[in-house]
Write a protein that binds this ligand. Structure first.
Ligand code: FB9
Length: 497
């Protein structure tokens, strides 16, 4: 039946004061009761009618109880299935299925059966001669809709056994509302100049503003949590006077990624087990590297200098030419420090936050790529305490007040320290990064003046993001398994706030 016709009939009945029960109206018009309720709600919104709830409830046999209607109560089925010599519980359950399970517990409770352990295997045996099925008549009566003949005492235990349940629902008595009319006047949704000029606005019904309406959610972009945390880290670095390094080159040469950092060519990190080497373009011709600087790097690796004995191995330019996916943004720091030396040294503070790639085992917190955050401070006479002080400044802004340092080793820093902090959120000490003083074997060949020291530290972007956004597995944060709704709905980043 057309909605409008239904509305007209409904308003006519209300007008005649005869809409005592919305269910009867739905039945009479052969429409679903929910449709009538929907219509009523919109008429209430227009103040045309008022609705008064009529509570209904009835007891029905649950789907679990349906199994026994017209058969026998499960406990009776069990009793009947127990032969004089007894039966194992397993056989009973095989024989009766669900009824066996449910019935056995109840039959035990009714002390109709018991367990006889005297023989080998425990047997279910009868403990009474006969039983009377007081449950089946109730289930049958209910299934037949004869609820009236039953009393609470009989029903409560079956409700507790979830064989019977109370079903409650509402229908509505409908009366005239303050703006009742037999026809719904199309409520105007806007005040137009014509209405104003003609004065028609005076007897126009306007659709009431629904100030609770949420309206369309503002569409717009959504930042991935990693990018929100990155923004916070950027803010912290810029607040501390750091300048961001250009990191827009995932592909790097071994020269800037390893050799410039005084990382020896036979270092384990330099083989394909740890590093993604490129096949095309496989190499960066050495002519792309500053020749004099390349020679100094070679000499330093082979013979040392600047107080170092070097590694004493045969340094190969071919190894340095190999292209790879950068394993750390420290490769960018080496380029920046070389440029700083070439342009004429001045104290500087740099930072980088971008992707790095490591051919490592993937687990809950590690992928083959992650975002490295790095801070570098270069100046005359910098010491380890400057590094520790700077780290306290930096992590303090992350809300990590208490730091501990553990001696560590990096090929390009000496001394090196792993950084640990007490996370109030996780209530434990966690590793929050690594740091050190860049080696003179790295800095001097670049041309950085004697006396200039460079302190640096690094951490990941993924771990803080996982902790802040309670993401347990890194695959749910980064990669093809990420749910877009997580990106759409993730909260503001409160790091350092
Ligand atoms: O980020 C790490 N942990 C971390 C950082 C912040 C944080 O904040 C919480 C909100 C409160 C929580 C945790 N780590 C470094 C520690 C571990 O997660 C570690 O298991 C994984 N590390 C990555 C490398 O994994 C192979 C994190 C990544 C890392 C480690 C070292 C460096 C950079 C990134 C470095 C460096 C460095 C050293 C000297 C000079 C220059 C750079």
């Amino acid at each position: 039946m057309a909605a409008l016709q239904l509305e007209t009939d409904l308003l006519a009945q209300v007008g005649a004061g005869q809409l005592a029960d919305s269910a009867e109206f739905a039945e009479a018009h052969n429409v679903d009761h929910q449709a009538v309720v929907g219509l009523l709600k919109s008429l209430v919104m227009a103040d045309m009618v008022v609705m008064e709830a009529i509570e209904h409830s009835r007891l029905t046999v649950t789907p679990a109880g349906q199994l026994y209607v017209g058969v026998a109560a499960p406990e009776v089925q069990v009793f009947n299935a127990v032969p004089a010599e007894g039966i194992t519980l397993a056989d009973l359950k095989t024989q009766l299925g669900v009824a066996g399970d449910v019935g056995f517990k109840q039959a035990m409770q009714n002390k109709w059966v018991g367990i006889d352990k005297s023989g080998g295997e425990p047997k279910v045996v009868r403990k009474v001669e006969s039983v009377q099925d007081t449950v089946l008549p109730i289930l049958n009566a209910l299934a037949a809709g004869q609820e009236g003949s039953l009393n609470e005492a009989e029903l409560t235990p079956l409700m507790r056994r979830k064989l019977v349940a109370k079903e409650a629902w509402k229908t509505w008595k409908v009366g005239k509302g303050p703006c009742f009319a037999l026809q719904r006047k199309k409520a105007a949704t806007e005040l137009t100049t014509d209405m104003l000029q003609s004065g028609a606005w005076r007897d126009t019904t306007f659709k009431p503003y629904n100030f609770d309406a949420l309206g369309l959610p503002p569409s717009g972009g959504h930042l991935h949590p990693l990018l929100k945390v990155r923004t916070q880290f950027r803010k912290i670095f810029t607040q501390m006077g750091f300048e961001e390094m250009p990191t827009n080159n995932y592909v790097e040469s071994s020269f800037w990624n390893f050799d410039a950092l005084f990382q020896p060519q036979q270092h384990p990190a330099r083989d394909a087990h740890d590093t993604f080497f490129l096949t095309k373009p496989a190499a960066t011709p050495a002519s792309n590297f500053p020749a004099d600087y390349l020679e100094r790097v070679k000499q330093t690796h082979q013979h040392g200098g600047f107080g170092s004995i070097g590694y004493g191995y045969d340094w190969k330019v071919a190894e340095a030419e190999k292209n790879l996916l950068r394993t750390h943004t420290t490769a960018v720091s080496s380029r920046m420090l070389y440029r700083l030396a070439q342009e004429g040294f001045h104290p500087a503070k740099y930072f980088s936050i971008d992707r790095v790639f490591r051919n490592e085992a993937i687990d809950r917190t590690h992928l083959a790529e992650f975002h490295q955050i790095e801070g570098v401070v270069c100046d005359y006479g910098l010491t380890l305490s400057d590094l520790i002080g700077t780290l306290q400044q930096f992590f303090d802004r992350l809300g990590l007040k208490k730091l501990r340092f553990k001696p560590a080793f990096n090929p390009y820093t000496e001394p090196s320290m792993e950084i640990f902090s007490y996370s109030e959120q996780l209530e434990k000490w966690i590793e929050v990064g690594n740091s050190g003083m860049f080696r003179p074997e790295m800095l001097r060949p670049m041309g950085l003046p004697e006396g200039v020291n460079v302190i640096a530290w690094g951490l990941g972007l993924e771990r803080p993001t996982m902790i802040l956004y309670q993401v347990d597995n890194i695959r749910d944060l980064f990669g093809h398994k990420v749910s877009l709704s997580m990106v759409r709905k993730n909260a503001i980043c409160r790091l350092g706030l």
